[in-house]
Design a protein around this ligand. Structure first.
Ligand SMILES: Nc1ncnc2c1ncn2[C@@H]1O[C@H](COP(=O)(O)OP(=O)(O)O)[C@@H](O)[C@H]1O
Ligand SMILES: [Mg+2]
Length: 534
């Protein structure tokens, strides 16, 4: 299609709702229907005529119930078989889990309650609940929990490509190229910005706690292991001899304690010496990302010694002790942009340290991200400046807007259960729209994405465009937070990769505008469905 095409929103909505193909979504659809039926009962039985209110309650209820909580562990082995060991951390081994019926693979982390400090047990459950609220392209999803008296089994999304620790070790020079390091650092910052936005501090960021979806060198990376390890009793772990990091002391020179000391922020050390009781904040995560960033670019830790006490001393004296290697191989030195970012993260005063959101705006990060987006377009055979929103994607989102509450909720259940591979293209779209990289889409970001997807000057034509985008944004934001989360975006956009029949229209808004779009890139065009599962 050479010329700009005039697109009818209603037609797009229907395009976004092709007839359901059971093989597309299989069990997921069944689960969605069960959830919808539960919510329908909730709404009709308990809420009576208060439909609007009920819809909001249902959306919140749904978001809290997406990760299923089983009060016993009885049925875990009815559903799953345990597979190979995926990795081992301070709390024990993490296994692959295979769903007996569907063959779908997950990761199983089991928390042995006997290893948890008694005083921490009561907050453990609360924190696990909080994990279910996290949804970002770069954070592992928690699907199900099974409880038994001595243990909690956590069924998580699987990322089978190994740890960042191993990926770094396997780099030809022992460190990443400047561009790849910038992208990996942006991924870490994006994941942690999302946590901090929700008031969650990870507290244990290190190379071992980032895992890749596949072996591919540019595979998507995800954060695991939320702050839980800090709840374990060091004495009990040692007694059980389960510190993997302990082995690594010998193998790689990496030292252990619960949370490797290389990554510890100065304020934690100050607190442990009793100099202050002020406690510490999300800034500790930003410090750890500074340490990891240094290691990705140089292959060595920024504060290093054979003796732990000397590492502590260097961390506390970071203003003087932070130096960059004079030669990174072939006579190259550290990139000045990278050095500037690392110094802003490895700032001793937590109040002056860059936050994750600020670091995401660092010119070194934004420059490399722009290049990355251009490279992704090239990889998909699209023009470098191809629009982020194409006909199919916009059609799916308009279709979502015109759906009644049940269809919206069903799509959210489906979105939650689609795997990273199934929605890879949509994840890329989300990240392109989320230009700030914070893991949520704001209204200005969506407006900008639509503007950039239209021919020069077309967007300014009338206020209907703006009103229509706002209406679309509001409908995607089912939880009314004023932003569109990753899950909400995928629910609105997943009509591109799978389909659910439109339920009889009840509360449709009138069509207010005609959108004129640039020719769509090939990514989600007619063959979009063929991409599923590849
Ligand atoms: N979802 C997952 N997918 C793939 N591997 C995982 C996953 N979760 C954990 N692992 C592997 O298991 C190791 C330990 O898991 P982690 O959650 O970090 O436990 P710990 O709290 O004991 O450190 C990780 O470093 C990683 O190698
Ligand atoms: Mg870990």
């Amino acid at each position: 299609m050479g010329a700009a095409a005039s697109v009818n929103v209603e037609a797009l909505a229907l395009e976004g709702a092709k007839p359901a193909d059971a093989s597309d979504i299989g069990d997921t659809l069944e689960a969605a229907q069960a959830e919808v039926s539960r919510l329908r009962t909730l709404m009709s039985d308990e809420m009576g005529a208060m439909k609007e209110h009920a819809a909001n309650v249902a959306a919140h209820d749904l978001h809290h119930n997406l990760g299923v909580d089983h009060t016993t562990a009885e049925n875990i082995w009815d559903t799953y078989t345990r597979g190979k060991v995926l990795g081992e951390g301070v709390t024990g081994k993490v296994y692959e889990l295979v769903n007996k019926e569907t063959g779908d693979r997950f990761a199983l982390k089991t928390i042995d309650k006997h290893l948890v400090q008694a005083s921490m047990l009561h907050t453990l459950q609360e924190e696990i609940e909080m994990l279910k609220e996290l949804n970002s392209p770069h954070i592992i999803k928690l699907y199900e929990t099974f409880h038994e008296p001595g243990a909690i089994h956590m069924v998580q999304e699987l990322a089978g490509g190994g740890e960042l620790f191993d990926h770094l070790e396997n780099q030809p020079e022992g460190h990443y190229t400047v561009h790849r390091a910038a992208i990996v650092i942006r991924t870490m910052l994006s994941a942690i910005a999302h946590c901090h936005e929700l008031g969650i501090v990870h507290r244990d960021l290190k190379l071992e706690n980032f895992v890749f979806e596949s072996d591919h060198s540019e595979a998507n990376m995800k954060l695991i292991d939320f702050g839980l390890s800090k709840k374990f009793s060091v004495a009990r772990l040692r007694a059980r001899g389960q510190s993997k990091s302990g082995n690594r002391d010998v193998e790689t020179g990496m030292h252990s304690c619960v949370g490797t000391i290389y990554y510890i922020a100065p304020e934690i050390l100050i607190e442990s010496t009793g100099e202050t009781a002020a406690g510490y904040t999300s800034a500790v995560d930003c410090w750890s990302i500074g340490v990891i960033a240094y290691m990705l670019l140089t292959s060595v830790p920024p504060f290093d010694s054979e003796v732990d006490a000397e590492i502590y001393r260097q961390i506390l004296d970071c203003e003087n002790a932070l130096e960059f290697p004079p030669d990174l191989g072939f006579g190259t030195t550290i990139d000045s942009g990278a050095e500037d970012l690392i110094r802003s993260l490895l700032t001793k005063d937590p109040n002056s340290r860059a936050t994750a959101t600020q670091a995401l705006q660092h010119p070194w990060i934004t420059k490399h991200w722009k290049n990355e987006v251009a490279a992704l377009h090239a990889e998909h055979g699209d023009p470098i400046d191809s629009p982020v929103l194409d006909k199919a994607l916009l059609g799916s989102m308009q279709g979502f807007r015109k759906s009644n509450v049940f269809r919206k909720l069903a799509l959210e259940v489906i979105a939650y259960n689609l795997t990273g591979q199934e929605i890879k293209g949509l994840q890329e779209k989300f990240e392109e729209i989320d230009t700030a990289g914070t893991g949520i889409i704001s209204l200005p970001e969506l407006v900008e994405a639509v503007r950039a997807s239209m021919p020069e000057g077309e967007f300014e034509v009338g206020s209907e465009n703006r009103a229509s985008i706002e209406a679309m944004f509001d409908s995607l934001d089912t939880t009314h937070t004023g932003t569109v989360s990753y899950l909400e975006f995928i629910a609105g956009a997943c009509g591109v990769v799978c389909s659910l029949p439109l339920l009889p229209p009840s509360n449709e808004l009138p069509v207010v505008m005609q959108l004129t779009l640039l020719p769509p890139p090939s990514r989600f065009s007619d063959d979009a469905e063929a991409d599923v599962g590849h």
